[in-house]
Design a protein around this ligand. Structure first.
Ligand SMILES: [Zn+2]
Length: 337
């Protein structure tokens, strides 16, 4: 069911089969010349059907709109090639646009498998077919219309500025309408759930620190409407940002508390010691897809503490080992927000 959330701005949910997220909130900015759709949901028939039905409620077809992809995750970009094949422009950032295409041609998944060796998770124990991002990604590479922070996309009476939101993914972007104080934040701020922050390799580095810095920047901005892509719309972005930052501080401390002085740990050892939404007492208790997510999220937190001199890392035969340097996470840099 579609609803108008602001003048000529509509939202409906695209279903995500088999996902605990349940749905992606799709936004449509309606315009006489060319409409703009934000994000797509998975590449599945059910999701495509709900996209077509949602658009039809406004009397639109896929070919009547352009598409703006906030970030590369399959629950946001899965139908990118369907839009492209219908003749739409597909806006994405250079970084995430490339990852979407690298996922379609397979090179992204090879890199992800390499990371599992770092975590002491052998490639054979989790299959790519366990990963929803692999199952439901856009099947073909797409010729994107690359946008960068500061670019402006005009739709109807609105002038949307592309905003840099890197953190949840390395090239996450959003749209900000200054005059109307409207902000489309993608997965950067979500109510009731915390966006997954994962490890992208040492070249990217400290995804969690980058994400928190993005949140600190948004915290200073003045928004009347924050349109997020899962669950409820964000009621009070400052309050929610503070809750998310506090959640990560707790999790960082939890990891240090799980490590004994002078003992070395792998990511495989540490992941089950963290309180996740999905309860797992040991590594083997994790459902397969959660092995990808939990190990990546644990590594992002460890990587952040390595960068801040709180954890020491050694690499032996392709596996990473960690020892804590201090007992308390030093959150001083986050005290004056
Ligand atoms: Zn996401």
């Amino acid at each position: 069911m579609i609803k108008e959330v602001y003048k000529n701005i509509y939202t409906f949910q695209a279903v995500l089969p088999k996902s605990p997220l349940k749905a992606t909130n799709i936004y449509i900015i309606k315009d006489r010349d060319k409409n703009l759709v934000l994000d797509t949901g998975y590449h599945t028939q059910e999701t495509l059907d709900s996209m077509v039905a949602g658009l039809a409620e406004l009397g639109l077809k896929i070919s009547d709109t352009d598409l703006f992809i906030t970030h590369m995750h399959a629950d946001h970009s899965g139908l990118a090639s369907d839009f492209k094949n219908a003749g739409c422009k597909v806006y994405a950032s250079a970084v995430d646009g490339k990852i979407i295409n690298d996922a379609a041609n397979g090179s992204y998944w090879k890199l992800l498998y390499k990371l599992l060796d770092y975590f002491n998770v052998t490639g054979g124990e989790i299959m790519l077919e366990d990963h929803p991002g692999y199952l439901f990604q856009a099947p073909d590479e797409v010729d994107m219309d690359i946008v960068a922070p500061g670019d402006v996309i005009k739709t109807g009476e609105y002038e949307f500025e592309v905003i840099n939101l890197k953190g949840h993914t390395p090239g996450h972007i959003g749209l900000y309408e200054k005059k109307h104080k409207i902000f489309f934040c993608g997965d950067t701020i979500l109510e009731t759930i915390t966006p997954n922050i994962t490890f992208w390799g040492f070249e990217e580095g400290d995804a969690l620190g980058i994400y928190i810095n993005t949140l600190l920047g948004l915290r200073k901005m003045d928004f009347d409407h924050v349109f997020s892509t899962h669950r409820d719309l964000v009621a009070d972005h400052v309050k929610r940002i503070d809750e998310i930052i506090d959640h990560h501080i707790l999790r960082l401390q939890e990891i240090l508390d799980a490590m004994e002085e002078g003992v070395e740990y792998t990511i495989r050892d540490l992941s089950p010691r963290i309180s996740w939404r999905i309860k797992a007492d040991s590594w083997d208790d994790f459902p397969p897809a959660q092995k990808f997510f939990a190990s990546g999220e644990t590594m992002a937190h460890i990587d952040h503490m390595i960068k801040r001199g709180q954890v020491h890392m050694d690499e032996r035969e392709g596996t990473l080992y960690f020892k804590k340097i201090r007992d308390r996470y030093d959150a001083q840099w986050l005290e004056n927000r």
